[in-house]
Design a protein around this ligand. Structure first.
Ligand SMILES: C[S@@+](CC[C@H](N)C(=O)[O-])C[C@H]1O[C@@H](n2cnc3c(N)ncnc32)[C@H](O)[C@@H]1O
Length: 332
């Protein structure tokens, strides 16, 4: 079910050819790339695509707070409105029938993708009891720790960060009750702050966060700056497609009421092509991508080639000489 991203696609992301990918088309562009992008991404990306027309009157993207304009990954990724949404429901993280029910249901499938891609990349045995032993892993935007805990149980040395203090308190209390997870280093901070501290990890994982940050491209740059050369980066999110609008927003928030209304803003969602492009610009080459599909009869999620709604990407940090900008950012 996992799909390798073919070299042609990787080239296509930056070239002038057009390529089919995940049912959507990577457009190239003879037209001005900046016009194809959402306003908050225009600063640096050079090509982009969208896979669907916008739904009626999507809400305008909220503005992020501080912008240094310095060009490095030190700009704040915090979007206060988004952070407030999660602070309001922090107590419900470990209620498997509460607002985070979809994440609880998705967790085994997300972990299966992470286990298989990390084991392949780091040459580990996926069937061992602690396949991630010895790997330093960070969970960026960890919420209540529902992904951090199983990563620790797989043997990883886990650092988990979130912008919401309440989330970190709840995650710490929950993890402390089990010796296999008590070692998780929880911290209320952002990826950019850890970049300034020059922290580095073998694997950087950020699931369902990029659609809530102030500037997705700069967020990708921060994830990359936290990843060791040849390390792994895993990002999951929701596609900006009409199907996602119908299912992840209208059905999940308004009909089934799985999530509070307004949890996701359609205009802030990211297509697989945009994510690949942003990661590529941040020196991470996307090697595998998979979709998550929900079976309403069994109530289970599974991996699929269909990246039309929920999807996850695995990339490798390029082993390249750092740019002057990134050196300056690390030294500042
Ligand atoms: C949908 S939840 C995902 C939680 C967790 N990654 C998971 O999938 O189980 C998004 C989380 O990202 C956090 N968040 C949002 N913006 C953030 C930022 N700029 N830096 C760190 N965390 C952020 C929120 O507080 C929230 O806990």
């Amino acid at each position: 079910m996992l799909r390798r991203v073919p070299p042609s696609l990787r080239r296509g992301l930056l070239s002038s050819a057009s390529t089919h990918y995940g049912g959507a088309q990577i457009l190239n562009s003879s037209h001005s790339p900046s016009k194809s992008l959402l306003p908050q991404w225009r600063r640096r990306a050079s090509v982009a695509s969208t896979s669907a027309p916008p739904p009626p009157r999507p809400p305008s993207p909220p503005r992020g707070p501080s912008r240094s304009g310095g060009g490095g990954p030190t700009v704040s990724s915090l979007n206060p409105a988004e952070v407030a949404k999660f602070a309001a429901i922090a107590e419900t993280w470990w209620d498997a029938s509460g607002p985070f029910k979809p994440l609880h249901l998705m967790n085994p499938t997300r972990l299966s993708f992470i286990r298989s891609t990390l084991c392949r990349h780091f040459r580990r045995d996926p069937y061992s009891s602690k396949p991630l032993e010895g790997l330093k892993v960070i969970d960026v935007g960890c919420g209540g720790g529902i992904l951090s805990e199983p990563l620790a149980r797989m043997g990883a040395t886990v650092t988990a960060i979130d912008a919401v203090e309440k989330n970190i308190k709840i995650a710490s209390i929950h993890a402390a009750s089990d010796p296999t997870t008590a070692s998780i280093e929880y911290c209320c901070t952002t990826a950019e702050a850890l970049v300034k501290e020059k922290r580095l990890f073998d694997a950087v994982i950020s699931l369902e966060v990029i659609e809530h940050v102030a500037n997705p491209l700069e967020f990708c740059e921060s994830l990359s700056a936290l990843t060791v050369p040849n390390g792994a980066t895993v990002v999951s999110t929701i596609n900006r497609s009409m199907r996602a609008y119908a299912t992840a927003i209208v059905a999940a928030e308004y009909i089934l009421r799985w999530l509070p209304r307004g949890t996701h803003e359609w205009s802030k969602l990211v297509t697989p092509e945009e994510l690949s492009l942003m990661l590529q610009k941040a020196s991470i080459s996307v090697e595998e991508m998979a979709g998550f599909v929900y079976n309403p009869l069994s109530g289970e999620w599974s991996l699929s080639e269909d990246t039309g709604v929920n999807y996850i990407a695995f990339g490798i940090k390029k082993n390249e000489t750092p740019s002057t900008d990134s050196i300056k950012a690390r030294l500042s």
